[in-house]
Each structure stands twice: as C-alpha cells, then as structure tokens.
Design a protein around this ligand. Structure first.
Ligand SMILES: Nc1ncnc2c1ncn2[C@@H]1O[C@H](COP(=O)(O)OP(=O)(O)O)[C@@H](O)[C@H]1O
Ligand SMILES: [Mg+2]
Length: 297
C-alpha cells in the first residue's frame, strides 16, 4: 500500500457518508384493523452522529416508531425522511432500509448461515456484490464488532452476546448511516448487556454512526446523549439524560422501571446529601459519594 492510501474501513466509518438526519413530521400510524393508532402525531428529529435512547412502557410505540423510521411501515399520516429520502415511498424505501440497520432483541431471528463469516456475507451476496467485495466488507464488519477470530465458527457455538454482535456485524456490512437497536440487550445476561451497550457507544463515538437505542433500562439510557420517552404513541419527554432523570416522579408517571440506585440517590438527596441525580449505577453513586467525602475532609 502506498503511503497516501488510507486503509479501507466500512463506508460510514470513514466519515465519507452523507448526512443521515432523521426527520419524523406529524406521523400517525395505525396497524391494519386496530382501533387506536400506535403512533399519534409524532414529530422528532435526529441528527447525524446522535445517540438517542428511546424509552417507554410496553405498547407505547417504540418498536412501531423504529419500523416507521427504518422504512418497514408506512405512516398513515405525516412524513419520515432519512438522509432526505422518503422512508415510505416506493422509490426510496429500499435505500432507506439500507441506510438504517435494524437490530432486534433475539439475534437468532437475524442469523441465517451456519458459519459466522457467511452470515455476514449473506446480505451482501443477496445484493449482488462481487465476491471480493463481499469478503472485504464481511471481514471489516466482523472486525468492527470484535468477532474476527470467530469468522470460521458456527453461530450456535457463540454466546448470546457474541450472537448479538454477529447480528450487528450483519447490519454494519450493509454500510448503514444509522443503527436502530430495538431492546438489543433484552435477552442477555448483565455482562453481555454491558458488552453490547459498549459496542453501540463505540460505533457511535468512534465511527459516527447515528444510534437509536430502544431500551427499558434507565441505566442504559443514561449513557445516551438524549432521551426520548413515548407514552401511548406520543413523545412525552425529549431531554438530555441528566435533566430527564433528575425527576424520578416523571419517570414513574411514564411507568418506567426506576433502578434501585436511582431510588437510593433520591432518598439521599431527600436527606440533604447533594449527590448528582443522574448517578444511576452503583459505580457512579460510589464515585459521587467519594467526591463528597474528599470535599468535606
Ligand atoms: N403487529 C401488530 N398488529 C397490531 N397491533 C400492534 C402490532 N404491533 C404492535 N401493536 C400495537 O401497537 C401499539 C404499540 O406497540 P409497539 O410499538 O410494539 O410498542 P413498544 O415497542 O413500545 O412495546 C401497542 O398497542 C401494540 O399492541
Ligand atoms: Mg417493542
């Protein structure tokens, strides 16, 4: 390789990708035959490179909104554009589905092949890409999720967290501008959860991928740059996490699960101890208490 030649990375990782702003404007969606709409007059904008956590009680519309943004469902009213393309129109829908990679709770629903590398290659081969390009992109995608070593293994030999990483690699191989991860940690143990959230954060921070992370966990949402919460198909909250989580009563009103640590922080603050309200994990609380102690010492 000559010196001025950049090493090859996945397209969105090179920064060469176009802007992937998501614009949701006045969107209402009703499932066929359903009386109540699942989404009611939702408007929301997501900028390129943002990491947005999407919270909400069961049935509040998180998965429906994800599918509408990903071009899988066409709204009854309103418009969704991704990178300027109409997500519902017959001409641009297929392109939007490439721009928006979707990850679901159960990776096994997305894994098709019997060899890890082939599973990532499958989606590319289905698009008619030349074999050399398929191999290169599959290798890059596996490297991006830390699964290069497992390329020749069978998916069922991998752990749940590794299989979710494989599903993410499958999405990355298609060179998306955005990942929508719909409760990607729901079926994983705590260690694998941290692993997957860490990977999503890294893909966002290091590679500029826009992330919409649907989760029930306030601890996970606290890591996002912005928290959007849905209630009965409407946007009920759209704020940075430290502001959103400073008022747990509002979280309770949205029927979200309040972490034990957050309840403890709330009690400590009620006792007059100035711990920050956004300390949601035990580690953060311990660090905050240690800072307080050293200040008082
Ligand atoms: N395939 C479907 N057919 C009919 N109604 C659905 C379907 N999927 C979801 N719904 C309804 O749409 C609403 C929103 O659901 P969903 O988007 O799955 O919520 P969430 O992901 O927040 O749990 C709920 O009332 C749910 O019952
Ligand atoms: Mg859902």
């Amino acid at each position: 390789m000559s010196e001025d030649q950049e090493p090859r990375t996945l397209a969105p990782l090179s920064g060469a990708a176009g802007r992937a702003d998501v614009i949701v404007e006045g969107v209402t969606y009703r499932y066929p035959g359903a009386g109540r709409p699942a989404l009611r007059d939702i408007s929301l904008r997501i900028g390129q490179g943002e990491y947005v956590a999407l919270l909400g009680h069961n049935g509040s519309g998180k998965s429906t909104l994800s599918r509408v943004i990903g071009g899988l469902l066409a709204p009854e009213r309103g418009v969704v554009t991704v990178a300027g393309l109409d997500a519902a129109s017959a001409e641009s829908r297929a392109r939007v589905r490439e721009l928006v990679g979707m990850i679901f709770p159960d990776p096994d629903n997305q894994i098709i092949a019997t060899v890890v590398e082939d599973d990532v290659a499958w989606g590319l081969a289905a698009r008619g890409l030349p074999l050399a390009e398929v191999r290169t992109r599959a290798a890059l995608a596996l490297a991006a999720v830390g699964l290069s070593e497992a390329a020749g293994r069978a998916p069922w030999e991998l752990s749940g967290g590794q299989r979710q990483r494989l599903a993410i690699a499958g999405a990355l191989a298609l060179e998306p501008r955005m990942l929508i991860a719909d409760e990607p940690t729901a079926m994983l143990d705590p260690m694998a959860r941290r692993d997957i959230v860490g990977l999503l954060l890294r893909l966002n921070r290091e590679h500029g991928l826009t992330v919409l992370h649907v989760t029930h966990s306030l601890e996970e949402a606290a890591l996002a740059g912005r928290v959007v919460a849905l209630e009965e198909g409407r946007v009920a909250l759209d704020e940075p996490p430290d502001i959103a989580f400073a008022n747990l009563d509002r979280m309770r009103a949205l029927r979200l699960v309040i972490p034990d640590t957050a309840r403890l922080v709330e009690s400590l603050r009620a006792c007059g101890l100035p711990v920050p309200p956004d300390a949601l994990t035990p580690e953060e609380l311990v660090a905050a208490l240690e800072r307080l102690r050293s200040r008082r010492a």
